[in-house]
Design a protein around this ligand. Structure first.
Ligand SMILES: Cc1cc2nc3c(=O)[nH]c(=O)nc-3n(C[C@H](O)[C@H](O)[C@H](O)COP(=O)(O)OP(=O)(O)OC[C@H]3O[C@@H](n4cnc5c(N)ncnc54)[C@H](O)[C@@H]3O)c2cc1C
Length: 359
């Protein structure tokens, strides 16, 4: 058996990074483990280039604390308005570096990479061991509720009818303006006529580069790039460094907690007495045909996330953050964006730390 850790955090995406640093800063021996070779999760490894969920309608930070600290560490520019929302363009390398630096300088925090979750030991209503470590509390930041699954705690799952996966890759040498919906439509129309799945373009910090979200199969990606080169003006010289196209999963699993955040809570901008995070991102759902539906909050509104949505209903010392919070399939369509994952991660780290202190 290894030395005891107070708080074990499983999963080192936006939520896990925030949870682990916050728990360790409270002075608790904290363990962060991930099956990947380094911290970053979806935000650091899938090719995404826009941080969503950080800002209100005015482009001001919705949450202070770790969410803001991390965004400022990653930022190379100010926020960018995209339609009705603000996003922060970023480079995934900088996301991973900022995470690595913060984890390294945080005392009482140890990390384990290339490490799968294993051996979750339960006694009564508590988790007492994880991967050979005796533990005081656990925060599930796996996006797919792996800790909860290991102990058969009740979960809800999204699926690909509302959270379809996508392939994300950069396209360099793009000499075409894609800054308005009309300009994008001129590219998407010929693609649709050719029977290719639709694309979504995201801004990139690299010059003459866009990030593409493609709701097709990996083997269609090369065909798509060839079509753009041959048929669309401004894409003649476009190319991607990616050779092995990988699908990123939007769908996840949420742990049933002491409160289940609902789509109505999101759209009505609900507040809670035990609020620990704020979010204003619309409910964003993607169908398998690659079409997105956005349901917005009223102008100027945001909703709150209660502490009870970060505490498992059935297990005293299991907390959750990011894509695994206790939310229904509509609410998670908003709360899964990275800004919100950072905020719930920091809140879960804080709640777990306070729970340990109360024992
Ligand atoms: C196609 C697509 C487009 C998106 N676009 C955007 C966007 O533009 N902007 C935005 O803000 N958000 C976007 N999102 C959503 C956002 O990226 C994710 O919801 C968010 O990053 C989730 O963060 P997380 O920390 O909860 O989980 P993740 O970042 O997924 O991290 C979970 C971590 O847990 C680890 N893990 C899982 N299982 C185990 C296990 N058994 N053992 C050990 N480790 C494990 C994984 O390796 C991973 O590192 C997009 C998502 C997808 C898929």
């Amino acid at each position: 058996m290894s030395a005891r850790v107070d708080i074990a955090v499983v999963g080192s995406g936006a939520a896990g990074i925030a949870a682990a640093v916050t728990a360790a800063r409270a002075g608790h021996a904290t363990l962060l483990l991930d099956q990947r070779p380094a911290a970053g999760g979806t935000g650091g490894f899938s090719g995404l280039t826009t941080f969503c969920g950080l800002y209100d309608d005015e482009g001001e930070f919705l949450n202070d604390g770790f969410m803001r600290e991390f965004a400022e560490a990653v930022a190379e520019s100010g926020p960018l308005r995209m339609g009705r929302v603000w996003v922060l363009p970023y480079r995934p390398t900088r996301f991973r570096e900022a995470a690595g630096r913060l984890l390294e300088i945080t005392p009482t925090l140890q990390t384990r990479w290339n490490t799968q979750l294993a051996d979750v030991v339960v006694e009564g209503n508590r988790i007492v061991g994880l991967n050979g470590f005796p533990v005081g509390a656990v925060i599930d930041c796996t996006g797919t509720a792996e800790v909860a699954r290991a102990i058969a705690a009740e979960c809800l799952a999204t699926n690909e009818t509302t959270q379809a996966p996508a392939i994300i890759f950069p396209l360099h040498n793009v000499a075409r303006d894609l800054s308005t919906p009309a300009a994008v439509a001129q590219v998407l129309l010929p693609l649709a006529r050719a029977g290719l799945p639709p694309l979504n373009f995201q801004p990139c910090l690299e010059p003459n580069t866009i990030s593409v979200k493609f709701t097709g199969r990996a083997e269609q990606a090369s065909q798509l790039i060839e079509f753009l080169q041959t048929h669309i003006g401004g894409f003649e010289n476009c190319l991607t460094p990616v050779t092995d196209f990988k699908t990123a999963q939007r769908a996840g699993r949420m742990i049933v907690g002491q409160y289940l955040l609902t789509g109505s809570d999101v759209l009505e901008g609900r507040t809670f007495p035990d609020a620990v995070a704020r979010c204003a991102w619309p409910i964003e759902q993607w169908n398998p045909q690659g079409q997105a539906q956005f349901r917005y909050l009223p102008p100027g509104a945001h909703y709150q996330i209660p502490a009870r949505s970060l505490r498992a209903a059935s297990t005293d010392n299991l907390f959750m953050a990011g894509k695994t919070i206790s939310a229904d399939v509509d609410a998670i369509g908003s709360a899964r964006v990275m800004g919100c994952c950072l905020a719930t991660g920091a809140a879960a780290g804080d709640l777990a730390a306070k729970w340990i202190q109360s024992q």
